[in-house]
Each structure stands twice: as C-alpha cells, then as structure tokens.
Design a protein around this ligand. Sequence first.
Ligand SMILES: *Cc1c(COP(=O)(O)O)cnc(C)c1O
Length: 651
Amino acid sequence: MVLFISGIGTGVGKTVVTGEMARRLREAGRDAITVKMVQTGCVGRSEDLDEHRRMMGAARFQEDEEGLTAPQIFAYPASAELAARLEGARVDVEKIVASIKECAARHEIVLVESAGGLMVPLDEKTLAIDVAAREKWPLVLVANGALGSINHTLLSLEAALSRGMQIDRVIYDWSPDVPPEIDEDTPKAIERWLRQHGLETQVERFGFLAQRPAQSARRPRSDLLAFDRSRIWHPYASLKDPPPVRLATSASGLEIETADGRRLIDAVSSWWCVAHGHNHPAITEAIRRQTEKLSHVMFGGFTHEPAIELARRLAEFAPAGLDRVFFADSGSIAVEVAVKMATQYQHAKGRSRRTKMLALKGGYHGDTACAMALSDPDGMHTLFAGMMPRHFFADKPLPRWQGCDISSLREMAAAHRDEIAGLICEPVLQAANAMNIYHADYLREMRRIADEYDFVLVFDEIAAGFHRTGPRWAHEAAGVAPDVMCVGKALTGGHVTLAATLASANVADTISAGSPGAFMHGPTYMANPLACAAACASLDLFKAADYGAMARRIEAELRDGLSPAKSLPNVADVRVIGAVGVIEVERLPAREDIERVIDAHGVWLRPFSNFIYTMPPLVSDSAAIRRIAAAMLDLASAPPGPACDDGGFHE
Ligand SMILES: *Cc1c(COP(=O)(O)O)cnc(C)c1O
C-alpha cells in the first residue's frame, strides 16, 4: 500500500510526520518504508541524507536496502520543477513513480513524502497532486494551527476531492505562537468541513511536532476534574464522593469526545434533546449569525425577528389552533407556565377555587417546585412534599398492551371538579419517572373529561414531541388536541436551552378577558434571540426531512436488537416506541459495570432506576443503533448491582 503524505505548505512538518508514522508502524510490527518523492534544497547527496536522517528523528532509514530514499535530489530550495531547471535537469516523473511502485512491491506500506504541497509543479506539465491522483494513492494531509492554515487545509482538501482522491486522514499539530483558542478551533473547523462534505475522515492530533509550552494557560485534566469534584454539583449527585464524570471536549454528529480521546455514541441524545446530532452545522451557524446581530435583549418592551419567526414556525408545527406562544427558558418553566395558564383561565371564568391540577402517577414534569409537585408523588421528589403545592393524582396508566383504564382519572375528576383547573400528562410515554408506554385512547378519554368539566387539558410533549415516539407529537396517535402544550428538549436540537408553552386562542382570550388580563410570568432571558435562532434552524431541519420515517426505522431496529434481552435473568420487560428503547431490569448493574460497558462499546448510556434505555439522536444510522443495542444487551447481562436507596440516579 502507498500513502501519499503532503502538507498544506512547506515547513509544516511533513518530513517529521512521515518519519514518525514509519517509526510507529514499525513498532507495531508493520513493514513500512519512507520515500521522498523529490528532495530539493540540498547541497549534495550525502549531506542531504544526513539532514534527512536528522529530521526523521528516530525513524530507521532504509537507504541501505533501497539505495536511495529520495529518487531525485536537487540543491536549490524551490519547487522541484525550478530546482531541476536551475541544474539544467528535468524531474523524471515516471522514474519516480516506477521506483515507488518497486518499493510497494517489496514492502507492506510505502509512505511517500510529497515534494512540498499538493499543487507544487514537478515538471512543466505535472503537479504533485496529478501523480498522486493518477496513481490513486490515499492522501495524508499534514496541517498546523498557524494563522491561515484553515484556508490552506480546506483548499488542499478541496483540490484532492475534486481530483477524486481518497483522503486517508488529516494530521494536525500545534505550532509555536498559536494561542490555545485557535489551536482548539482549527481541527474542529477542518472536521466540520469534512463532515459537511460527507467524509468520515479523522483529524488526528499528532502530539509530536511540538510540545505545548509549560506555561500554557491550560491546566492539566486531572486538575480540572479534581476541581469539578470538589465544587460543582452535577444532576442528582452528591458533592461528597460524587459519581465519576467524563470531561467532554467536543461533540459532533452522534459522538461526544472526551479529554482522554474517547469517542462515545450519545445513546441518550444528552437527555433526549440532540435530535439532529451534536453541533449540527445548520444550528451552530444560525447561532453564530445571530450573535453578530443581537445576542440578547429584554423581551419586556422589545421584540425581535428570531422570536417572531419561531412563533410562526411553532404554530405551523403544532396541532391546529395552538398558535399562541409563551417562551420559557426550560421545560420545567414551560410546565409552570402551563399551570399558571390553567389557573388564570379558571380565575378569569370566576372559578378562583380551581387552583389544582389533576396529574398522573408515574409522570415527570420537571424539577422546579410546581413541576415537581405534578410529578409522581412517590417518585424522586418525596423529600420536598412539605414545601410543594398539593395536586391530585390518578393511577398510573396501564402499560399499552394491557389496554386503557380511565376509571381512576374519571373518579378523581368528578370528586374534585371544583378545585381542579386542569389535567396534565406526558402523552403516550411517561418518560423520566416510569418509562411507561400507555394507550393513546387514554388521551381521548382525558379530552372528553376536560371538555365535560371545562378543565384546561395540558399535554407535556417536552420528551415525547418532535418525533421521539414516531409522529411529530406523541398525542397525534389519539387524534385529539390539548388546550395547552409544552415543548422543550429537542426544540433547539439540543444546542441551547429553550422551551415554549403553546396555548389555544380560547385559553389566551379567556385569560386576557379576565382580571388582571395580563399573563403573570416573565423570565429575564425570555425568548433569548440566540436560542430562538437555534430553534428556528432546528425546526427547519425537522421540516426538511422525514423524521417520522427515521423514528420508525429506529423503532424496527431497536425491536430487533433488544429482543434477545427478554430471555436474560435480570430482565423484567423490554419495550420500544419510536426512537425509544427500554430494558427494564430487576436491578441495575453496579456502576463499575456500567462504566466498563460504556468504554468497551464506545456507547454512552445513562441508566436510571430500573431502566437501561436509549433515546438516540433521530439521525442515528443503522450501524449506530446496532452498537447501542449491543451495549444495552451487554449491560443487561451484567450481574445486578447493590440496591440503591436513592432510587437509582435521575434520568
Ligand atoms: C425533561 C422534562 C421536563 C423538564 O424539562 P427541563 O428542561 O429539564 O426543565 C418536563 N417535562 C418532561 C416530560 C420532561 O421530559
């Protein structure tokens, strides 16, 4: 095999990379040899070889066997074409190719170091890239972080692509005088471009050409993690002996990269929000463009285009009639807002005793006080029972396969009709508390009860919306619409926090007609323009492709992939809906086993309570779903861990 090693310019370290690659390959027991296409800038052959050897560092030279490492050598430091011309000679391209082919016949891997960059002339007719493209040698492009190198790198890559070359990898290294921000960003920009052009090519950090100076602004990683452990609370975690966390450094597509160089498929969509994949270029670009105009302005007394555009798009996305919108900063706040709407609605109708909600056991609506108070009363929030407003709860809906029993809800509604302002549920999928998939008929009955008593019907689509269960909204399966709907999580595709509460004209008009008329809520960062711009881009993506079909395909693959779990001893149930796959176990494996499975499969899982589950990005391909299912099966096969008294960890 021949690899063609070229640089984005001269002096980027091509020779050292070539030598070091050869050394690493040989260390791994491979038969690798280096060949320099043409050497220029040498006074004489022996000096040239000494110089070459010096630059190659530890690489062992093969000139004894091959006679030469550089088939042609010229003294003047210029393009091969000019250097040869100055000596009254010509570069013999065919002789070079023939000698490389000869090497390739005798060695497993020939690392051909290009003469200068890709577009350097070898003779009057031929550029270096012409030879490599004609011979179909895969390209290894050496880049660095010097100013202007993104431009040079992308130009080189584009030239290679346009000639149909295969790009094996880009090798990137820090170079002196490059500030850390640029050093961080350059490989990311290159990777982004590669992804946008449908290439899986990796940008490899070489870590060899230059060492970062010791006085670098960066702290060692262990320092960062130690600081984190002692000072920063993580979700549902203690600060004394906290659970391990991984230092995430970047993410794109399905994968999160951590400081130790691992890449993990995000099988949890970072708590169900990363629908289009991490760092989606359309969304990051929308945010970037918005930052140039208006990052934030108070929503009291001002409005702006991103908010207006988003409200338009949401109205188009939502069920007919839910076209009045309140922007909230998070899902929990959107729920609080929905409850306030229900209360103000009843108040406006002169029923000021109606201040309670009727919710479902097994539900989850968020972590703020009001949202907690609507979540399963026996769930993770019992500690706060004393401080929370008290609402009413109907029995947890039966699992879907057992049909639909509405009697508990009906009884509670009738008994407390004068105190209840509204009904609230997570349609079809009770996610964070129970991973319970229930019958859509239940929602139709809820609609009937709400109409009967004039309750405000609230569907919390924060987890299930945006095609998570297949249809755009989970409640579509029931053929009824709510009066108020909460959306969040995937709204911005997981790029920045934003949620919204959508209301019908009837709810909005009733509130407006009552006293005080105003709707009484208004967070500081309401309708933040960056978040709204991200959400607009996210909704455009949802519109541009058939996400329902993606969810259905993932559903079929998860059913297939997870079904072997049914026969495992620790497994109580396996259930799948849309892009949600759940293995319910008697008890979760020990934390060490969870970490081991994550590392072994390169799949990020975050089991909680009794659930090993996935909610992968909706854009996950079949290979990713297979890997996720395999990791989940492996985890479900691990022995049950110790019982936990905190009900496992959250979500
Ligand atoms: C996650 C979630 C919430 C809370 O959203 P946050 O953004 O975490 O406040 C509310 N309801 C449901 C159904 C959720 O899944």
